[in-house]
Design a binder for this molecule. Structure first.
Ligand code: SF4
Length: 615
């Protein structure tokens, strides 16, 4: 991998590398990247991988090659204190509770001492505290170069450092924001880079959906209303000039919230009925009125000017949301307990993504543990909009034949059966008993997760004796910490545990997959994509749904063996993996390991002395 990355860095072009677990892909791109002496951006899918690269891997490689390299890490803007908003919040001094007020005092004191402005330096203020949006910025409310505190701004400083560093570590959100210039008021990272290395590249197309579309959310509208009052006051604009319009916006937002929130999930526009069209039109009216009232006031300072810019961009977004779907874009909405968001998204982001990549002069390396289906990269290459990219596939160096086993239990009903989750739990009881817990149970839906959690909470020994950790009960990192410490726990998770989770050693010896992870065809974006493939004369199942699910399954199975010493059993409960012809595509994409349908083999696996175990 290092050789191919070095060749690409020297010769140009784009390379897709699938590197199985344990290949050491991070070092395999860092070594040639650092030796090349070029300016490189490395983008990761998650903040924890960003931290790991910056704090651990880059210093090791840089020391090993004996060449000092200037490295910077740039986080998303919500990770930095915004001095301007801190000021606004101090003037307004309105907090939801005494506790929030005390957190604000703590942040204010820290603000006087911090050099970086990185809010992870503060302890004791919870991540979900409502004070954070009051002291951090969004691309919407940042005043950019018109900000009176621009020269002292922590984010500006972090960006400056990033622009002059040899290696910059970012995440996919920042990379995409830079690609589509959504971060107005700041310079761009990409034009200065010779190469971009995208790690966890399988996540990039889905993240791109957020950047190539248009969205308006109730929180964003609330923010505009609150900031209009705060910025207006600061600029000396009489409240009477804006308050009635802010109230109108609040009313339209409130009515839309009543009509659209509380349904939980991503929904087709049509499911909003006539209410969604009416709500969008009313919101457009209210924001337009506010924008028109702001227009003559915009020269009264950077605050009013930025408010006008925000209001104008919301007017444009709402105008797009007011237009019916066409073959290129679809509208859909998200409904949460107390909020909603309206979206208009390109049905297929790959062409736009590929164009943006090709617009940059430099080299692009995309890597991940899961990019291919069998040895075919076409699905990932197409989704990245890079069908012409070179490819390289490297198998995991782990001895899956000796270290692992794939168990496909017999007798389970079809996944659509009402008693499916109950039957699944029955079928894995003996496995969990034999492994002494130490298991991840990965579900494809929250509903199944909740059902399983309820049943396991009521279970008697031996299953009931294992500590049970359930996604949603506590933050993910905390659950993982407990899982590692407990050593015999059973963890129930959905999508966020299928990837990016690394538990080495004997705390994890079983990974149970409830169903083949086909994305729900009921999801509005998925169903629009499938329609588009059909309309173009394609076959959605083999061309899109199947490869997508294979890559997701590879990620889930990849949680089990993380080291040369790890041992364990993967249990895929879904009977379709043997009962349907496409099951073969899944099986052939997994690492080659012994496959059994007999529980006795699994029990024997756990009985065997690891040092003597053979295939
Ligand atoms: S430039 Fe933007 S982020 Fe920086 S202090 Fe001003 S408003 Fe905040």
């Amino acid at each position: 991998m290092a050789v191919r990355v070095a060749e690409t860095l020297a010769g140009g072009g784009a390379l897709l590398v699938e590197a199985g677990t344990g290949v050491g892909k991070t070092f395999a791109y860092l070594v040639p990247a650092l030796l090349s002496g070029r300016r490189i951006i490395i983008s990761t899918g998650t903040r924890s991988l960003q931290d790991q690269l910056f704090g651990r891997d880059l210093p090791v490689v840089s020391a090993a090659i004996g060449r000092p390299v200037s490295v910077a890490m740039l986080k998303g803007r919500s990770n930095y204190l915004c001095l301007h908003r801190l000021d606004l919040a101090a003037n307004e001094a309105r907090f939801a509770s005494r506790e929030e007020a005390s957190w604000f005092t703590r942040i204010s004191l820290w603000a006087q001492a911090t050099d970086s402005g990185d809010i992870s330096e503060i302890e004791g203020v919870p991540e979900q505290a409502r004070v954070w949006p009051q002291v951090t910025s969004t691309a919407d409310n940042c005043l950019g170069s018109r900000c009176p505190l621009y020269e002292e701004c922590h984010l500006v400083e972090a960006r400056r450092r990033a622009m002059t560093a040899d290696v910059v570590v970012v995440n996919h959100h920042l990379l995409l924001a830079d690609m589509v210039l959504k971060e107005e008021g700041f310079g761009q990272l990409l034009p200065g880079a010779d190469a971009v290395i995208v790690d966890e590249a399988h996540q990039l197309p889905e993240t791109a959906v957020n950047f190539f579309g248009v969205s308006v959310g109730s929180r964003q509208l609330d923010g505009l209303a609150t900031d209009t009052v705060a910025e207006g006051l600061k600029a000396g604009i009489p409240l009477s000039a804006l308050e009635p319009l802010v109230d109108e916006l609040g009313k339209a937002n409130g009515q839309a919230r009543i009509a659209l929130s509380g349904r939980d999930g991503r929904l087709a526009w049509s499911e909003g009925g006539s209410a969604i069209d009416e709500a969008t039109a009313k919101l457009a009216e209210a924001v337009t009125a506010l924008a028109e009232a702001m227009r003559p006031l915009a020269d009264q300072g950077p605050g009013p000017e930025s408010l006008l810019r925000r209001a104008d961009s919301l007017v444009s977004a709402l105008a797009i949301l007011n237009q019916p779907d066409d073959s290129e874009r679809i509208r859909w909405f998200e409904s949460f307990r107390r909020s909603f968001a309206l979206h208009s998204t390109p049905v297929d982001v790959s062409r736009e993504l590929g164009d943006k990549v090709r617009d940059q002069a430099g080299v692009w390396i995309f890597t991940s543990a899961t990019l291919a289906v069998g040895d075919d990269f076409s699905h990932s290459a197409d989704r990245l909009g890079m069908p012409e990219a070179d490819t390289l596939q490297l198998d995991s160096p782990f001895d899956f034949q000796r270290q692992s086993m794939l168990y496909l239990p017999e007798g389970l009903p079809q996944p659509s059966a009402p008693d499916y989750t109950d039957s699944l739990l029955d079928s894995i009881e003996s496995v969990l008993e034999a492994s002494g817990g130490r298991a991840f149970l990965l579900f494809t839906s929250h509903r199944a997760l909740r059902l399983a959690a309820n049943r396991m909470r009521e279970a008697g020994p031996p299953i009931g004796d294992f500590p049970l950790l359930v996604q949603g009960d506590e933050p993910r990192d905390q659950l993982l910490r407990q899982f590692r410490q407990l050593g015999n726990a059973v963890l129930l998770g959905t999508s966020s545990f299928w990837e990016g989770v690394d538990v080495r050693g004997d705390a994890l010896e079983v990974v149970v997959i409830d169903k083949l992870p086909f994305a729900s065809p009921g999801d509005p974006l998925m169903s629009a994509r499938l329609d588009a493939i059909r309309a173009a004369g394609g076959r959605p199942f083999p061309e899109y749904q199947l490869p997508q699910a294979v890559i997701a399954l590879k990620q889930g199975v990849g949680r089990l063996i993380r080291d040369h010493e790890d041992r364990g059993v993967v249990v895929i409960c879904d009977p379709r993996i043997v009962g349907r012809s496409y099951g073969r595509v899944f099986l052939e994409s997994l690492p080659a390991m012994p496959v059994t349908r007999r529980l006795d083999d699994v029990l024997a696996f756990f009985d065997a002395d690891p040092s003597e175990a053979t295939a």
